[in-house]
Ligand binder design. Structure first.
Ligand code: UDP
Length: 312
């Protein structure tokens, strides 16, 4: 197959690129490198199965030749990124998704949208099943990302209904692993790198908000299975093992054998209090469930950040 991945040089897009190239497919990675990094795909540079196109998908997308799939992963995805890039975040979710859908329609390609657990906002239902409609503060600072992705889901479903585009929607829960930028601002790279430098671990609030963390290889396996399933409604892909952020900070300290103290900083506005995927649907439709325990995935990720430190 020939597959376009928008955000192909990003954290998740590049892991998906690896998986699809490994399977023998042609991958066209498209990125504007606002949060992506060419180093993530540098190992494919001389591979004839791989093409890179530098482009911002919020503008009309041109790809020559046939395409079997458009996988739309382009977007800032960290709270600090979308606070700094609120308009770009809205544009890529709205205009970028529209352009990517238009391209899929023109090429007769299938379309997969990378959506997010943020569509559930600060959820009032726990854990979150796909048929929960969410609790989003649309005018708050995180609203730019949440509403962009909610619009993206809505327009994907509209293209499915009106133009018969064969769509998939994956709602991705907190994901970590190698290639997640050191300064990304999200809790996993932040805590690991603070711990490795013996700097204070910055827990926001009292740390009793919860998250459920999945290793990137589990996510890629879930996305790959969703591509093969004839299922057009959203599917949660995440690891249901839930913990508080304070527990998580202590786990990172233990795994890195760090001496860092824990300090408490103010909780960002609209920070969701709980988050845990209900993966009943993914289990039933995809026969998918996460395989990598958080301790194992974190150990691999810590090794990767350590190796980055040594390269410098
Ligand atoms: N967090 C924290 N310290 C940090 C970064 C994040 O305590 O230095 C918390 C944040 O407030 C949130 C959780 O960790 O409750 C996960 O944050 P992240 O930015 O990784 O993603 P989110 O799930 O909020 O989108």
């Amino acid at each position: 197959m020939r597959i376009l991945i928008t955000g192909g040089a990003g954290f998740i897009g590049s892991h998906l690129t690896d998986c699809l190239i490994e399977e023998g497919h042609q991958v066209v990675a498209m990125d504007n490198l606002v949060t992506g990094d060419l180093n993530n795909v540098a190992h494919h540079r001389s591979n004839p199965q791989f093409e890179y196109i530098h482009h911002d998908v919020s503008n009309h997308i041109h790809v020559s030749g046939n395409l079997d799939w458009v996988l739309h992963f382009a977007s800032p995805a960290s709270p600090i990124d979308y606070l700094q890039l609120p308009i770009q975040t809205l544009k890529v979710g709205a205009l970028g998704t529209h352009n990517a859908l238009g391209l899929a329609k023109a090429k007769g390609a299938k379309f997969l949208l990378a959506s997010t657990s943020e569509v559930y906002g600060d959820p009032l239902v726990h854990p979150q099943p796909e048929d929960y409609w969410g609790n989003v503060n649309l005018i708050g600072p995180r609203g730019v990302y949440d509403e962009a992705k909610r619009y993206a889901e809505a327009i994907a479903m509209a293209y499915h209904r009106v133009h018969n585009v064969d769509v998939r929607v994956v709602r991705i829960f907190n994901t970590y692993g190698p290639r997640n930028r050191v300064n990304d601002g999200r809790v996993v790279p932040t805590f690991i790198n603070q711990a490795l430098r013996n700097e204070p671990i910055t827990v926001f609030g009292e740390g009793n908000q919860t998250r459920s963390f999945q290793y990137v290889a589990d996510l890629v396996a879930g996305v790959r299975k969703l591509m093969d399933a004839s299922y057009n409604r959203p599917v949660n892909i995440g690891n249901p093992r839930e913990m508080t952020i304070l527990e998580f900070a202590k786990l990172i300290l233990q795994l890195t054998e760090s001496q860092s103290p824990i300090i408490y900083n103010p909780l960002p506005e609209d920070d969701p209090k709980t988050r845990q995927p209900d993966i009943t649907r993914a289990k039933a439709i995809l026969s998918w469930e996460p395989k990598v325990a958080v301790e194992e995935g974190l150990s691999r990720t810590i090794d990767w950040y350590r190796s980055l430190g040594k390269k410098k």
